[in-house]
Design a protein around this ligand. Structure first.
Ligand code: NAP
Length: 264
């Protein structure tokens, strides 16, 4: 998909961070962007900051409410007739030890980061099947390639995305639906502030790792560039990205390195 002019691009988690930057970039390149997240007011503020706000639509959606997915998809189709790109981005992180985290928190994280994306993708797919070409971009994480301190549920949810969306890629190639998996490292967004602790409240801190991360705009540029080159996966981030290669080719050395890293 080279020409993004007037393409219909639906982005979840579009009110903040990576989702917002991706929405702005598509919109700057002429795409119509559908902005989804839970908070309508924030989305409406976001909409006003777009380069071409007239080419956008606010569609509040909670990824933990699968009963909303079919109706929301119908609203997009009724209005625009197509969904050319779905960006599965909305997500929530974690800052708690596995041993102290009640299973309900694991489930809550899995619901947003895994079942939310899988459910919405399943609602959208029948319409993508009627189109000549479509794209699904799923935002995993470097934690989708290896586990990390205080991220047991988060890392699990991101690993699960890889299994689902790599399988989907194989199945949907014949329908010309392409799947790009993004594995960002540290990106300077609100993700650590919004991360869940073991008691279900939010972490609230802007972690040093995030503060030193790349900008959401740089992350969005790398994702769009990978999409235009038809890549299967992309790793936006700084030096931390090398950890994925180290894990794959030298797992013991990787373990020695990763255990010295700070969780925040
Ligand atoms: N920042 C990083 O370092 C980093 C690294 C790797 C991967 N990622 C991934 O990148 C994605 C975007 O995160 P971000 O860094 O941009 O964080 P962020 O600034 O906290 O943005 C998260 C977005 O997800 C939305 N969201 C949260 N819960 C939701 C729900 N139940 N239903 C619908 N939307 C929901 C939020 O809006 P509402 O609260 O209004 O719903 C917000 O728009 C996430 O999947 C995250 O795991 C981030």
């Amino acid at each position: 998909m080279k020409n993004l002019e007037n393409k219909i691009v639906w982005i979840t988690g579009a009110s903040s961070g990576i989702g917002l930057a991706v929405a702005k970039l598509f919109n700057e390149r002429g795409s119509v962007v559908i902005l989804s997240a839970r908070k309508k007011e924030t989305l409406e503020k976001t909409q006003k900051t777009l380069p071409n706000p007239e080419k956008s639509f606010v569609l509040p959606l909670d990824l933990t409410k699968p009963e909303q997915f079919v109706m929301a998809t119908k609203q997009v189709i009724d209005r625009y007739n197509d969904i050319d790109v779905l960006v599965n981005n909305g997500g929530i992180s974690q800052r708690s030890l596995a041993s102290e985290t009640p299973i309900d928190i694991d489930r809550a994280i899995m619901e947003v980061n895994y079942f939310g994306h899988v459910g919405l993708t399943k609602a959208v797919l029948p319409f993508m099947h009627t189109q000549k070409e479509a794209y699904i971009i799923t935002i995993s994480s470097l934690s989708g390639k290896f586990g990390f301190f205080q991220r047991s549920a988060y890392a699990a949810s991101k690993h699960a995305l890889q299994g689902f969306f790599e399988s989907l890629r194989l199945e949907e190639e014949k329908n010309n639906i392409k799947v790009l998996l993004a594995y960002p490292g540290y990106v300077n967004t609100q993700i650590s502030q919004n991360a869940l602790k073991s008691d279900g409240t939010v972490h609230g801190d802007h972690d040093q790792n995030q503060a030193n991360g790349i900008s959401p705009e740089e992350c969005a540029e790398k994702i769009l560039s990978a999409m235009r080159k038809n890549k299967l996966e992309v790793f936006p981030g700084g030096r931390e990205i090398n950890a994925a290669k180290l894990k794959r080719f030298a797992p013991k050395t990787f373990h020695k390195v990763i255990k010295k890293q700070k969780p925040t």
